[in-house]
Design a protein around this ligand. Structure first.
Ligand SMILES: [Mg+2]
Length: 197
């Protein structure tokens, strides 16, 4: 089974941040119709703004490269899943906005808030293995050496890191080779299309 991280692996998280910022600005415009755009931008965010940000349905699209890789895996009959850290509402909204339900059934979207453990714990990886005991070939594809590869490495999975040469990710990859080998991916890939080979 090919298991993907979500943010900065299947799409760029900056797109989500921009979408959330737009949603909060639209909400602030309604709340304060007399203020200028510049004044609205200076309003410090509180609980309400965060609530709007976290619950908005994001305007994000699956990048062509991700779509090509997922299409190819789907037509090859390779089962896929997602293990992601985050809040349930946010991650499920991203999943639907990106159209990932065309490729991965909702029960194979494992979110840390629902699992009760982040990727720094083995729980989500173990849960997936328990759900599919017949599966022998596991691959995790992620971007963040701090948390994406340690547990799958320990559990005998293959691990691959999608490289971010433009340094566009929210969590910079710079210096990843300095991490202990236990945290490092077994492979690095320049494109998700490499998952097929
Ligand atoms: Mg990530």
């Amino acid at each position: 089974m090919v298991v993907f991280d979500l943010d900065d692996t299947l799409y760029k998280e900056r797109d989500y941040v921009e979408s959330g910022n737009r949603a909060v600005m639209a909400w602030l415009r309604q709340m304060h119709p007399s203020l200028t755009e510049q004044q609205l931008r200076l309003i410090p965010w509180g609980d309400e703004e965060l609530r709007v940000y976290r619950n908005h349905f994001p305007g994000i699209k699956l990048p062509a490269e991700s779509r090509a890789a997922l299409d190819a895996l789907k037509s090859a009959g390779v089962p896929m899943a997602i293990i992601t850290d985050g809040r349930s509402v946010q991650q499920r909204n991203k999943y639907r906005a990106l159209g990932l339900d065309d490729y991965i059934p909702p029960e194979r979207l494992l979110i840390s808030e629902e699992v009760g453990a982040r990727k720094t714990e083995p729980d989500a990886f173990l849960r997936l293995m328990e759900m599919y005991p017949q599966e022998t070939d596991w691959l995790y594809v992620g971007d963040n050496v701090a948390k994406d590869f340690f547990h799958p490495n320990r559990l005998g999975w293959r691990t691959a890191m999608l490289l971010d040469p433009a340094a566009f990710n929210i969590h910079p990859q710079q210096g990843w080779q300095q991490w202990p080998p236990s945290h490092q991916p077994q492979f690095t890939i320049p494109s998700l299309k490499c998952v097929l080979t």
